[in-house]
Ligand binder design. Structure first.
Ligand code: SF4
Length: 410
């Protein structure tokens, strides 16, 4: 099999892993000669964000899509009827270098199906990173997928060469993992996350000591598949909160389950709405940057799902109208972060501005605040919401985006 064909197979097989990537755009290309550019991920280039917020292009590939395991939700599972391919270590290294020299990419995201044994697979993955760093002095970004049962020494070596390591938690509950990925062991996954955390802490403690071994300076992340089981958004967010709390993960990525050919009857026939993935990311931000607890983001009296028609912070504010209106010129940072339409930067700019002035309604435009969303919940020097508005049944309807005609789904 030639290298081009291997690349087509192994880049396509890697696209289901969201733990490094932006996702959810429409497929477009310019192969008909009209227009310029493509969003087609067929040849393995994806975009990710560096710790400083910079967008970087990564070559995103699997070392092999052959796998001993049979995780029901995975296109690469042992029983899947897909063409298989495998890069040698030298081929993966050369591809990365060639793409880098042509300025197509700034780094590598490398994962793999599990072949022979977890140790053998991890060793192959590490060899690619080691060869890039030591033989070719590659300074670009490297993100390696970690195999949970792999030996500690291999994990330590992976961290020496990689900027980021990730281990997929896969699904939100242990029960679902047992049903959908019976060969995987949630304890092994969490044990490895714990081992990574310890090594990350050790590396941070010895920062500044040039003799101390380097360990994944961009931290660890994970991916959770959404919609492959019956777990509610509340369960998913609680699992994420536990992962952030226990292992201080940099990110939990949510990947909407996509139906695969010849799927098991244990899987839903249709993908969940992409909007669900988006709402989970918004809720995740509320936990990480806005001081929300996992338990308060979904409606405790509801079915545990986030509403799709409005964002989770607006939904929370509508359920807690007794906490509003809030005086923007006096409220604490913590309370301001709960106002619909106020982002973290907006709140920091409000706190800075109100030291020297009393904020008025006109200042909201300068702060890029969506007025219609925020005004019912706040008091400003020249604004107070109409007395009955906050109690009105119509408020939710007023704030909901207008309904759109849905397309037909065949
Ligand atoms: S171990 Fe990974 S590659 Fe193999 S079937 Fe499971 S999810 Fe797919």
């Amino acid at each position: 099999m030639n290298l081009q064909r291997k690349l087509a197979i192994l880049a396509d097989a890697a696209k289901y892993d969201a733990s490094c990537a932006s996702s959810g755009t429409a497929t477009r290309d310019s192969r008909d000669g009209k227009g310029l550019g493509s969003t087609d991920s067929g040849m393995g280039i994806c975009h990710s964000y560096a710790p400083d917020g910079r967008c970087i292009s990564l070559l995103k590939i699997l070392l092999t899509n052959a796998c001993n395991y049979d995780c029901l939700y995975c296109i690469n599972r042992a029983s899947s009827n897909v063409p298989r391919a495998r890069f040698t270590v030298e081929e993966a290294v050369q591809l990365t270098l060639d793409f880098y020299r042509r300025n197509y990419i700034e780094g590598l995201f490398l994962s793999s199906g599990i072949i022979r044994s977890p140790d053998y697979t991890m060793e192959q993955v590490v060899r690619v990173a080691k060869c890039l760093r030591e033989d070719h002095h590659f300074r670009g970004y490297i993100h390696l997928k970690t195999i949970p049962e792999a030996d500690d020494a291999l994990i330590a070596e992976a961290g020496r060469y990689a900027d980021r390591l990730s281990i997929n938690i896969e699904v939100p509950t242990e029960t679902s993992l047992k049903t959908l990925a019976p060969e995987k062991d949630v304890r092994a996954i969490r044990r490895t996350m714990g081992r990574l955390r310890l090594r990350l802490d050790e590396a941070q403690e010895s920062a500044g000591d040039n003799r101390a071994p380097r360990f994944a300076p961009a931290g660890q992340s994970t991916q959770m598949i959404v919609g492959a089981d019956a777990a509610s958004d509340q369960t998913i967010l609680q699992t994420s909160a536990n992962l952030y709390g226990s292992y201080r993960l940099k990110r939990v990525y949510y990947s909407a389950f996509s139906p695969i050919p010849d799927a098991s009857r244990n899987l839903p026939p249709r993908a969940p709405p992409l909007l669900r993935e988006h709402r989970l990311y918004q809720a995740d931000w509320l936990m990480r940057f806005y001081g929300f607890d996992a338990g308060e983001i979904t409606d405790p009296r509801g079915d545990g799902m986030l509403p799709l028609d409005i964002d989770p912070k607006l939904a929370w504010a509508l359920r807690h109208r007794e906490r509003f209106p809030l005086d923007v010129n006096k409220a604490s940072r913590e309370d301001l972060l709960r106002v619909p339409g106020f982002g973290v930067r907006t709140v920091d700019r409000i706190l800075a501005a109100r030291r020297v002035t009393h904020l008025r309604a006109a200042d909201l435009a300068r702060l890029h605040v969506p007025r219609a969303k925020a005004l019912p919940f706040i008091v400003l020097a020249d604004h107070r919401p109409a007395p009955m508005l906050l109690d009105s049944n119509r408020l939710a309807a007023l704030l909901r985006p207008p309904a759109r005609q849905l397309g037909f789904e065949f």
